[in-house]
Ligand binder design. Sequence first.
Ligand SMILES: C[S@@+](CC[C@H](N)C(=O)[O-])C[C@H]1O[C@@H](n2cnc3c(N)ncnc32)[C@H](O)[C@@H]1O
Length: 314
Amino acid sequence: MRPPEGSGEPQGGAPVRPPEGSGEPQGGAPVRPPEGSGEPQGGAPVRPLEVGERVLLQDGKGRRYLVTLERGATFHTHRGRLPHDQLIGAPEGEVVRTDLGQRLLVVRPTLADWLVKMPRGAQVIYPRVLALMVMAADVRPGLTVVEAGAGSGALSTALLQALGAEGRLVSFELRPDFAAQARRNVETWFGKPPERWDLREGDVVAGLGQVGPVDRVCLDLLEPWLVVPGAAEALVPGGVLVAFVATIPQVMRLVEALDESGRFGLTETSEAILRPWHVDGLAVRPEHRMIGHTGFLVSARRLAAPWPAPGPVR
Ligand SMILES: C[S@@+](CC[C@H](N)C(=O)[O-])C[C@H]1O[C@@H](n2cnc3c(N)ncnc32)[C@H](O)[C@@H]1O
């Protein structure tokens, strides 16, 4: 249960979940009609491609191009030209041909497609890691999340999408040029400024205390251990801190800071590796080229009261 207001405990953005089977509704999503009821099961109605939309074109060799549809404009490759007007009004998922006969598959980009193609200032977190991070932090609609640094806005976008319309994200970014890039990227993806997004230029270490109680803290910065004391104060009991770091010395310093604070438990560290496979007839094998290293995720839960955590075994 939440502590009463004014008890000194952070209040956080999310209501306390009722126990499973209590009959209380569990979330904000509409309940799907039962199978066989005749109701359509999918979410969005089918929409033809429109002027101003971004589309992803993929050629036979798997090369991908992100294009914004404009009346009268033309997409050029070394294998021909494709007038945008041929795509406007067409359904997503079609195969079209350039004037030289090259086949191109046309789809709307997924969030992962957009995040790897969007303009960058700071190095982004890749979609494979973002997926793990959103799950490790258990981000869901209605929560209040603090993120730092916003960088190019890849993590901000993934968090905003997971938080939905009822969630709230406060992002900190030290550098004004990166903050501006993050804002452009986030607004381009959502088509407008997200109402429940508060992007603050400044140092998260100094600013976290002014946000109020928060449910989650998600970090992608050089020295996440500096944020641990502020996160311990801001997070609600049971709240989650997740940090992405690139090196093992960073993992060690962060885990030490979490342990020494006495305010966190259930600390876990994992490495984010995804091995893509080539599947073509009998040629079924790992891809020859892969990203060998992305980074590590460290997660921990905020405890209700400080405890003397056992020291690490050395
Ligand atoms: C690797 S980038 C973050 C990229 C971002 N997660 C994304 O996916 O686009 C790290 C960012 O943290 C910012 N930063 C570093 N220390 C910070 C701090 N104490 N407060 C706020 N931002 C910070 C840097 O300016 C940089 O833009």
